[in-house]
Design a protein around this ligand. Structure first.
Ligand SMILES: NC(=O)c1ccc[n+]([C@@H]2O[C@H](COP(=O)([O-])OP(=O)(O)OC[C@H]3O[C@@H](n4cnc5c(N)ncnc54)[C@H](O)[C@@H]3O)[C@@H](O)[C@H]2O)c1
Length: 313
């Protein structure tokens, strides 16, 4: 077993790599960024030295094909992408990275000459705003009405994954995280909760740039779900909602104040609700992949603040 992790220098990727190192798995990182800055926050130098780092663009189809084929890759966890604000401002370049990049990964799996299973990051942004739906938890059979280019790109990837299964037999698992939080999360529209936890650890004021509700999912749990999605014996092209804990930004600030009294004086929230429905039914993933971790928000926030405090030291 040899796993390629694309976008592994990012927030979720760093935790995926850390958990794969803990499992003793052979890992190849593929990312345009060579600096393991986020991984260094959670793994030792000796651990990082076990990983092979390949620098490259996800748009480079030939390079990815060669690495997968000649590098003996058996599983790909595909996370490389640009996030919602970038795609909204740069739809062409965003599409090249998020859609063409995902096609490159699937083509590499198709042409590897051995079975290669793929798990890849879709997003809850495939759902439209809350107002587009009845007030109930949405399951994978409900219609998608994405309101952003980013969401449309992710929907396209889910469709392409389906066709790679029906046409080429490539099995895949696509996951739709909502807001992933924890150490390493520092970019994108929904990074606010993690940046607030970091600010609390540093004793600094911080304003979360959105208001309203989010479904918060602890990064280590989400990383484990991507790994389980890749290694599961699950033929077909599967797509799963993820669900963590839904909180308003006021409730989040209250919780952070409970964990570190005084935090409410440092943290505020201003801006709009994220334009994505936030009530997700995640029954399907727990049925297909039993035993997935589900860290309560209070515990995940506490762990994150503790790591940020250690890093400050
Ligand atoms: N973080 C969340 O809350 C969240 C929610 C839903 C979906 N997702 C999806 O999960 C995946 C990982 O998200 P994240 O939060 O870790 O993002 P991140 O921004 O922290 O990491 C993305 C990584 O992709 C790499 N990358 C970007 N463009 C690239 C390119 N052209 N070629 C090669 N590498 C490139 C970056 O260098 C970075 O290391 C993404 O696909 C994202 O859309 C994240």
């Amino acid at each position: 077993m040899r796993v390629m992790v694309t976008g592994a220098q990012g927030c979720i990727g760093a935790w995926v790599v850390k958990r794969l190192i803990d499992r003793g798995v052979d890992i190849m990182v593929y990312d345009r960024d060579l600096n393991p800055a986020r991984l260094s926050m959670i793994a030792s130098k000796e651990e990082i030295d076990k990983v092979v780092f390949e620098q490259g663009q996800i748009e480079d189809a030939d390079r990815i094909k060669t690495l997968v084929k000649d590098g003996g890759i058996t599983h790909i966890i595909h996370l490389a992408a640009v996030l919602m604000p970038y795609c909204q401002a740069n739809p062409i370049s965003g599409g090249m990275i998020n859609v063409m990049g995902t096609l490159n990964v699937f083509e590499a799996a198709r042409d590897a000459g051995r079975e290669v299973r793929v798990s890849y990051a879709s997003s809850s942004a495939v759902w439209g705003p809350e107002e587009a739906y009845e007030k109930r938890a949405l399951n994978e059979n409900d219609p998608l009405h994405p309101a952003t280019h980013y969401g449309v790109f992710k929907q396209a990837n889910e469709g392409n994954a389906r066709v790679f299964y029906t046409a080429n037999g490539i099995s895949s698992v696509g996951l739709r995280p909502w807001t992933v939080y924890g150490v390493g999360r520092d970019g994108g529209l929904t990074a606010g909760p993690s940046l607030a936890m970091r600010a609390i650890a540093n004793g600094q004021p911080f304003t979360i740039g959105v208001t309203g509700f989010m479904d918060l999912q602890y990064v280590e749990d989400v990383a484990e779900m991507f790994i389980r999605g890749a290694i599961a014996d699950l033929p077909g092209a599967h797509v799963f909602n993820l669900a963590g804990e839904i909180v308003s930004m006021e409730q989040l600030i209250e919780l952070l104040d409970k964990i570190r009294p005084g935090a409410a004086k440092l943290i505020s929230a201003a801006g709009n609700q994220v334009p994505v429905a936030f009530r997700m039914d995640a029954t399907a993933i727990h049925e297909k992949l039993p035993g997935l971790p589900q860290t309560p928000l209070e515990e995940g926030a506490r762990k994150s603040i503790e790591i940020f405090e250690k890093l400050r030291g």
